[in-house]
Design a protein around this ligand. Structure first.
Ligand SMILES: [Zn+2]
Length: 263
């Protein structure tokens, strides 16, 4: 599942392909969008900006129109030079934007909608989003306030994935952040102090921001790879205790942790 850094990196790549460029064509090949007439409504409009909040991406066009996308589990944004081969089947493309030099393609995107700018500001789902872990102006106070407004019996690891508390943390960063801060992700949120809750987001931020800038695979360990994510049964890099994993929360997302370092 794409995390906040992946989406911010996509916004950056899409921005460099589209900003200041003439849009030659815009297509919505998916059946679901066949009658939407987006190509007509967006014809001749330049892209003003491309930005991300958490896992949501916004392509803002001239004239108050914004394409909002969320990739959920399997979606992907591809940016290709014209003539370069797409790395997914064209049948899976939902949106194709062409300039003279590039093709920007959204694949398998279950959420793609055209909205006015004012609607993006008042949309309930977007208004509820927590402060963005990747953003320059990440707001620690807002994060703590929302964390405490959530169910305090909820496991802390699960609470970190709630996009209303903090936007942009996915399962990899949840697991790695708890390890780096030495916090047991199974503790009830109410038993995690404010300082501990802050130590996790502070541990995550430099790496997730770097990853948003650089793109590619998430690396959290100085030696490469990850501390605990997908390392079930392997010795912990710090203490040699075997890394464990188990599904957590309503969505049963797999939590990886070291039972010794994160006791
Ligand atoms: Zn350990």
């Amino acid at each position: 599942m794409p995390e906040g850094d992946t989406i911010h990196n996509a916004a950056k790549r899409i921005g460099s392909a589209l900003l200041g460029k003439e849009i030659r064509s815009l297509e919505t090949p998916q059946e679901r969008h066949r009658f939407d007439r987006w190509p007509d409504r967006l014809a001749g409009r330049a892209v003003r900006s491309v930005d991300a909040h958490g896992k949501h991406l916004f392509l803002r066009f001239e004239g108050d129109l914004t394409l909002h996308s969320h990739l959920r589990m399997g979606g992907w944004w591809g940016v290709f030079r014209r003539g370069e081969r797409w790395r997914r089947s064209p049948r899976r493309a939902w949106l194709v934007i062409r300039t003279d030099e590039h093709e920007v393609v959204q694949f398998d995107g279950p959420v793609l909608e055209l909205m006015t700018d004012s609607r993006t500001r008042f949309d309930r789902r977007l208004a509820m989003l927590g402060t963005d872990i990747v953003a320059d102006d990440f707001d620690e106070k807002s994060y703590l306030r929302r964390l405490r407004g959530d169910d305090q019996a909820r496991g802390f690891g699960d609470a970190l994935l709630d996009q209303r508390t903090v936007a942009g943390i996915g399962n990899i960063w949840k697991c790695e952040g708890c390890f780096m801060a030495g916090i047991d992700p199974w503790r009830r949120t109410g038993e995690v102090s404010d300082d501990e809750a802050l130590s996790v987001v502070r541990a995550i931020r430099p790496g997730i921001r770097e990853s948003a800038e650089r793109g590619g695979r998430v690396i959290t360990r100085p030696g490469g790879g990850n501390w605990v994510y997908e390392r079930t049964g392997l010795p912990c890099f710090r203490c040699q205790t075997l890394v464990r994993s188990r599904g957590q929360g309503d969505d049963n997302r797999t939590t990886f942790w070291c039972p010794a370092c994160q006791a």
